[in-house]
Design a protein around this ligand. Structure first.
Ligand SMILES: [Zn+2]
Ligand SMILES: [Zn+2]
Length: 134
């Protein structure tokens, strides 16, 4: 089984996961927009047992939404999203950007697309640069 490493931005929290993934969702719901501060959340889904915390687990804190089955785990030092188990304990969500190594799974679905912000659609047509604009 291939193993992928991941970390938060400040690198205090590190983990590994086995590459046995069920789905890869790009979630455009309003809550994911707030939570990420961006157009959508990118989460890879796997079984709850598929996580090996290597360092810094004590820096992780959790947010549970009061009404929806919706949560997030993040590093208290840098705010980066890290893997978390959903409220019903059925699935481990791995924020795709937290992986340091490239997963072989590709996004399987864009979900809650009806809530996608207009600027995201417009942004796909914006001019591209390899770094900052000249
Ligand atoms: Zn961190
Ligand atoms: Zn969402």
């Amino acid at each position: 089984m291939n193993v992928l490493k991941g970390s938060c931005l400040c690198s205090e929290v590190t983990f590994s996961v086995e590459e046995r993934f069920k789905a890869f969702y790009l979630c455009h719901c309003a809550q994911c927009q707030k939570l990420t501060g961006s157009g959508f959340a990118s989460n890879i889904l796997t079984t709850p047992d598929n996580i090996n915390w290597l360092t810094g687990a004590e820096h992780i804190t959790n947010y549970e939404h009061p009404s929806r089955a919706f949560s997030k785990a993040f590093c208290k030092l840098c705010g980066s999203g890290v893997p978390f188990i959903n409220k019903s304990k059925t699935t481990l969500f791995i924020p795709a950007g937290s992986l340091t190594e490239k997963p072989s799974i590709v996004p399987t679905a864009k979900i809650f697309k009806a809530e996608s912000p207009e600027w995201l659609k417009q942004g796909l047509n914006a001019k591209s640069y390899d770094g900052f604009p000249d």
